[in-house]
Design a protein. Structure first.
Length: 169
């Protein structure tokens, strides 16, 4: 489904939302269109026509509470590991716990990695030392406000680049 970038009243990026929700916010006059879709697509109803938005801005400022730690979600974990299996480098489809939960491992950033199905099944509930495997990169908690906007830099609309800047690693 088509995604639209939502900006706060101060032009700071908040999140992405489905096109349908973005159009509803614009029609209710809770948001305004900042950029239209590059394709020039238009939505029609019985009484009006509206250009498809790419970026919208809220008319009123919304305060976002400060979070000291990024929440662990599947999307965020896959983004952190670049959708690649940390064991073999192929495309990742699953999440693996480096120290298995059945052996007391926690479901935290430092213990979770992206994994392909094959490696995940091969590892099962064993430790890396038992298999002779090693991790090239130590799993860590991602930092920065850009993690609210998972996937925007690579998958987003080119018009979003002016509002979304991912810090250099």
């Amino acid at each position: 489904m088509r995604q639209v970038l939502l900006l706060n009243a101060t032009y700071e990026p908040l999140t992405t939302l489905p096109l349908r929700r973005a159009v509803c916010l614009v029609l209710r006059e809770k948001a305004e269109i900042v950029h239209q879709d590059l394709s020039g697509a238009v939505l029609h109803s019985a009484t009006m026509a509206m250009e498809v938005p790419s970026v919208i801005r809220l008319r009123r400022y919304v305060r976002i509470p400060f979070r000291t730690r990024v929440p662990l979600t599947r999307a965020a974990l896959m983004r952190r590991d670049n959708f690649r299996c940390v064991y073999c480098g192929r495309r990742a489809e699953t999440i693996d716990h480096v120290h298995p939960r059945s052996r007391g491992g926690q479901h935290v950033w430092e213990n979770c990695v992206a994994s392909c199905t094959t490696c995940n099944h091969r590892k099962a509930d064993r430790l890396l030392s038992e298999l002779g495997w090693t991790l090239n990169v130590t799993p860590a908690v991602p930092r920065g406000a850009h993690w609210r906007l998972i996937g925007l830099v690579n998958d987003g609309d080119p018009q979003w680049a002016a509002y979304v800047r991912e810090p250099a690693a």
